[in-house]
Design a protein around this ligand. Sequence first.
Ligand code: BDR
Ligand code: CA
Length: 311
Amino acid sequence: ARRIIIDTDPGQDDAVAILLALASPEEIEVLGITAVAGNVPLSLTAKNARIVCELAGRPDVKVFAGCDRPLSRRLVTAEHVHGETGLNGPKLPDPEMPLQDRHGVDFIIETLRAEPAGTVTLCPLGPLTNIAMAFRLAPDIIERVQEIVLMGGAYFEVGNITPAAEFNIYVDPQAADIVFRAGVPITVMSLDVTHQALVTKERNDAFRAIGNRAGEAVAAMTDFFERFDLAKYGSKGAPLHDPCVTAYLIRPELFTGRHINVEIETRSELTMGMTVADWWGVSGREPNAMFMGTIDSDGFFALITERLARL
Ligand code: BDR
Ligand code: CA
């Protein structure tokens, strides 16, 4: 199994990504979950991550709180997408499992130092603050990372928080810049991919028809999540972004992309957080990321439905 740390700001789609990972122990071993400020403030994302672990029947998973704000910019949140709690939709009980005492960034550093080099994959599903902070404080861990598989950025689908930028990168562009320059193998699930992973009514019904708590909760989440955006996504439903990351670890053949150079805009306010993706290789700059462009969305939703049924 791939051994991973999930870095997350739940978020309904983060929740589905976590459930998919925890439902797939043959392919994925979750070493721990680090929460970061993003969709909602840190106190809520750290709480939501534990709610999701308990929903998966896994109160033993270690959940850590990480950074409560971006490296240098003011925190921008997305209650307009996810609701006040970040996890609006289903009625889920407050978590009983503890939040770990250690800081999430320390957990990332200590885990990468303790485990054999090249055996731990980082899976960021929110702003990249915790990962960048860990790389800054402990540059020795960078070469020990097996791979970073993240949700963030866009090429053709450009922005969902500004016309130029995707939310996770926009919230902490300085952190994203550090991560994309680190020299670690990076796989990017951009809006180009996630906007092909739309929760249609049939797909939502299939979640509900699973008939267990997880299926019911996920159906309620995807009922709520980004439904405000029907004008944008039409009757096809809203994109399920973050589970593309964990689905990739289980079934990489669902995705295709290109190994290209990606740089992050950190200076211009107009295009702040833009992922400048050299899809056509015109810059001559070294490729630093596997930038995904297509997904087999039927295969993706079938995988999630099949795995949620195991919970
Ligand atoms: C990303 O932003 C968040 O709102 C979602 O959880 C996802 O990680 C999509 O742009
Ligand atoms: Ca997220």
